[in-house]
Design a protein around this ligand. Structure first.
Ligand code: GN1
Ligand code: MG
Length: 368
């Protein structure tokens, strides 16, 4: 059954044909995503933007359209195929790149990239190395993009000290009465308060440079070629903002180098897979080492821990606040995710030396 809401949104983009088939894609935790196939055999991705999370779709789409146009130009210059290596967003009859429905829902649509797939867990080390190359290339592609024109789509997105303050507020308020069952997790966070401002202090001190970054570099935000497993393009462009290269590296490790998925409740399966860590570091640094500063490279291993910690803290905050932010499919989902992430943090702490040694190995290989 194709809902009227979806049909109306699709039609607002004025494409030929009508919807023949629709499938919801549930990998992302924020927006509602649908694969639409028409009777003309065209395929599109139609997304309902989560306006609780992204309060200003106008600004959001201005960022995305600006960035994708910039990338298209670069790909064209390099002789590449921008229809496959980039997302191509469509406009409505009013010229806007999103449609507002009668209930104030905001929808956008782009052309589906065929013969591609995503992974929640790397198929093997080589796939993950390819993800590292893709996110590394992506950062390079955006080098030179006018950062000052970007809107801050989510305020303080990776500003970990602010995330920590929000967490403390949620603990204090305890609006769902869930605090008592999370004492251990709460202590895990407060014990690591000093970590929360390590990178932001280095930004303030002028040691770490801001770049235009993706900021949501989960493994399933890369499209891989179904035949070659090479990264084709990077998707989910909602949080492109000025940020640290370290956010992009760290979040990829968090999501892809965990020995299991981020919501596995069996904590005995959680841990940092050093072979995967190495593969990603190799792929990422092969593309970026020349442009990264020593201070950035020195903090790569730490960033993996910090991004995992921050994400766990956000899951825990959402649990305490009654699951209003991340999509959940059962009542304990967010606390399960938080415990999983904290176990991964602890395991990274136990393997810090090995992680740093791996980073050094690839720094020496790629930074001349
Ligand atoms: C969300 O949208 P998605 O599923 O790619 C979240 C990320 C989290 C991630 C955890 C805008 O990413 O920050 O790391 O869930 N995105 C936003 O799975 O909050
Ligand atoms: Mg997202």
């Amino acid at each position: 059954m194709i809902s009227n809401e979806i049909k109306t949104a699709f039609e607002a983009f004025g494409r030929d044909g009508s919807i023949e088939n629709i499938n919801q894609i549930t990998a992302g935790l924020i927006n509602a995503t649908y694969l639409v196939e028409t009777d003309k055999k065209e395929k599109y991705i139609l997304q309902k933007i989560n306006t609780f999370v992204f309060k200003n779709p106008d600004e959001l789409m201005e960022n995305i359209v600006g960035v994708t146009k910039y990338i298209t130009e670069k790909i064209k210059k390099a002789g590449g195929d921008y229809k496959r290596e980039n997302l191509n967003f469509l406009s409505c009859s009013n010229g806007k790149f999103f449609f507002t429905d009668e209930n104030n829902g905001a929808w956008r649509m782009y052309i589906y990239v065929d013969e591609a797939l995503t992974y929640n867990k790397p198929k093997d080390a080589e796939t993950f190395r390819n993800a590292g190359r893709s996110f590394g290339r992506f950062m390079k592609l955006l080098d030179g993009y006018p950062a000052a024109t970007l809107h801050e789509t989510i305020k303080n997105f990776h500003y970990t000290p602010a995330r920590y303050e929000n967490f403390l507020k949620a603990v204090d308020a305890d609006i769902k009465g869930r605090k008592a069952e999370c004492e251990e997790e709460i202590r895990f966070v407060t014990d690591r308060k000093a970590d929360t401002h390590k990178l932001t202090d280095l930004i303030s001190a002028g040691v770490l440079p801001l770049r235009v970054t993706h900021n949501d570099t989960k493994l399933n935000n890369v499209l891989f070629d179904i035949n070659t497993d090479k990264g084709i393009c990077v998707i989910d462009l909602d949080t492109i903002m000025p940020g640290l290269s370290l956010y992009d590296f760290g979040d990829s490790i968090r999501s892809g180098a965990n020995m299991t998925e981020e919501d596995d409740a069996d904590l005995s399966k959680v841990g940092i897979d050093l072979e995967l860590f190495e593969a990603y570091t190799d792929g990422f640094l092969s593309e970026t080492a020349e442009s990264l500063t020593d201070a950035e490279i020195e903090n790569l291993a730490f960033s993996a821990k910090l991004m995992t910690f921050e994400c766990g803290m956000r899951f825990l905050t959402d649990y305490l606040e009654g699951d209003v932010y991340f999509r959940t499919t059962y009542s304990d989902h967010n606390i399960v995710r938080a415990r999983n992430q904290f176990r991964l943090v602890a395991d990274m702490e136990a393997h810090t030396d090995e992680m740093n040694a791996i980073v050094l190995k690839y720094k020496e290989k790629y930074k001349k």
